[in-house]
Write a protein that binds this ligand. Structure first.
Ligand SMILES: NC(=O)c1ccc[n+]([C@@H]2O[C@H](COP(=O)([O-])OP(=O)(O)OC[C@H]3O[C@@H](n4cnc5c(N)ncnc54)[C@H](OP(=O)(O)O)[C@@H]3O)[C@@H](O)[C@H]2O)c1
Length: 302
């Protein structure tokens, strides 16, 4: 049941793939939303749907305190692969500390499948595990969602395929992952804030049937009736680039990419079925989501 629209949500990373969807779905429910954005970002649609825009510096505790003041639910989705330490890790730790002080009702964090297994040599996994650990040790009602981390690249890959007709496929494209519609991810994040029995839990989320990146490419071919050019990039080449960048002291997080491209990240069917039953939702299929994203007609609808 959706509570009366008297609660204030703070959504960080509100112009990102997940954050933007969260803000729109919350506003569709009539909830009050404070959207943390930065100057120069594309936030006009958020203001247009009635979200209050908050411009702050994620590295400043005072800005975080001001943003959290009066907030009932916090959904943290900000992320910068180039500045993991300050923008992702440290700021989330400030958010946790401040949310706890302010008595925020729930704190939602988007983590990733496998963060507890592969934290070594994969900085994003390590940062996410550290945020999860801090939440677990806090007195907050945390909601930790674990989608597969490659899902972050799903729509950018699709955009690239559409724009260039080609895609670089790094590592073994046959490894499978539990992909998820970004709209479902946003809706689940919101629903969980309104469902206390699932607070203080770590919840894997994804389609019950895992698919490889080759499966995605075949799905794209089927949907668009096109023959994209796939350029394989073996992992040793990525390793070479990685060591080269390290030597040049570049901060690109290729350790995380290597982990993502060399392992399978899958959630179990019972976990997903249980979540769907508890929230009374039915996840849309990846095909449905991609059809909508590509602006193609849904064959299941008249
Ligand atoms: N997308 C997925 O399917 C998926 C799957 C698993 C886990 N996750 C996790 O979920 C989180 C969000 O993912 P996403 O795909 O939505 O990421 P995203 O599209 O890259 O969005 C990141 C957001 O953070 C904002 N941001 C970055 N640096 C900032 C700064 N210095 N100050 C203020 N805002 C800043 C960006 O603002 P700008 O618009 O101004 O750049 C953007 O709104 C990440 O932690 C990711 O690892 C995502």
């Amino acid at each position: 049941m959706v509570p009366p629209p008297t609660e204030l949500y703070l959504v960080t990373g509100a112009t990102g793939q997940i954050g933007r969807r969260v803000v729109h779905h919350l506003r569709q429910q009539g909830q009050r939303v404070r959207a943390w954005v930065r100057f120069g970002a594309n936030y006009q649609d958020l203001a247009a749907v009635g979200a209050e825009l908050y411009f702050g510096d994620l590295t400043q505790r005072d800005d975080i305190g001001a943003a959290i003041s009066g907030v009932n639910h916090l959904i943290s989705t900000h992320y910068d692969a180039k500045n993991l330490l300050n923008i992702h890790l440290k700021s989330n730790l400030y958010f946790i500390e401040t949310a706890s002080k302010f008595g925020v009702k729930s704190f939602t964090y988007i983590s990733g499948l496998g963060v507890n297994q592969y934290a070594q040599n994969a900085p994003l996994f390590a940062a996410k595990l550290a945020v999860e650990t801090e939440l677990l040790q806090s007195d907050l009602n945390y909601i930790i969602l674990r989608p597969c981390l490659l899902n972050h690249y799903l729509l950018p890959w699709l955009d690239q395929l559409r724009k260039t007709g080609s895609l670089i496929l790094t590592g073994d494209g046959h490894l499978r992952h539990s992909w998820i519609s970004l709209d479902d991810l946003a809706k689940i994040a919101i629903q969980l804030t309104q469902y206390p029995p699932l607070w203080r839990q770590i919840l894997p989320v994804g389609e019950p049937v895992p698919r490889s990146r080759w499966d995605l490419i075949h799905l794209y071919q089927k949907l668009t009736q096109s023959q994209p050019m796939i350029i394989p990039l073996p992992l040793p080449v990525l390793d070479g680039v990685r060591w080269g960048l390290q030597w040049l002291q570049q901060t690109d997080d290729l350790g995380t990419l290597r982990t993502l491209f060399s392992q399978e990240f899958i959630c179990s069917k019972p976990e997903i079925q249980q979540l769907q039953e508890q929230l009374s939702i039915q996840l849309e299929s990846l095909e449905q989501f991609l059809r909508r994203y590509l602006g193609l007609a849904d064959v299941n609808k008249p």
